[in-house]
Ligand binder design. Sequence first.
Ligand code: TMP
Length: 203
Amino acid sequence: MHRGLFITLEGIDGVGKTTQALLLREYLEQKGHTVVHTFEPGGTELGSRIRQLLLDPAHTELSSMTEILLYAADRAQHVHEKVRPALTAGKTVVCERFVDSSLAYQGYGLGLGLEAIRAVNHWATGGLEPDLTIYLDADPAVCLARTKKDRITQRDLDYYARVRKGFLTMAQAASGRVKVISATGTVEEVAAQVLQAVEGVVR
Ligand code: TMP
């Protein structure tokens, strides 16, 4: 059996990843795919505990290094328990956030070493890479106005400008894998662009 397709959705908090992931799932199921829709951090039971550690604003003492490693730990468990088994079984995985989020938020956003983050995540995932990444792009100020404040989203707009720039820089460097889609239109307009990008990789 062929390994299933691995599609990731990336973007700043409040950009509409979940809405688009659900529409994409519906589209792929209509095409006959068995789809696993999942997310990071927190796509497993153990991961949901790590998510709480990461997002609770009370954890003011949590260091940047710990933050990177907790996201990587969540990812290691997620890949081991959910993503890889699904792909091995020939299923299509639609995942909200993956390694690119760590590179954008912890690397570009916090200014931590990209190479170290890549290495840790390569280890955590066993080198798993998405077949396609959809990066939904929009103004952070607009996106963040829609979100609840947590330990990450309480960071300022300068931080989010760096995160956005990081996503766009990475997309340019990996243009074969990452498709940039403007998320400023209606849900339907954005979905049409997402489906067009996915058409290129679906079997
Ligand atoms: P979510 O709201 O998309 O579920 O993600 C929770 C927060 O975690 C969000 O603010 C983005 C952040 N995040 C990182 O900073 N690094 C990562 O590697 C991941 C997966 C998420």
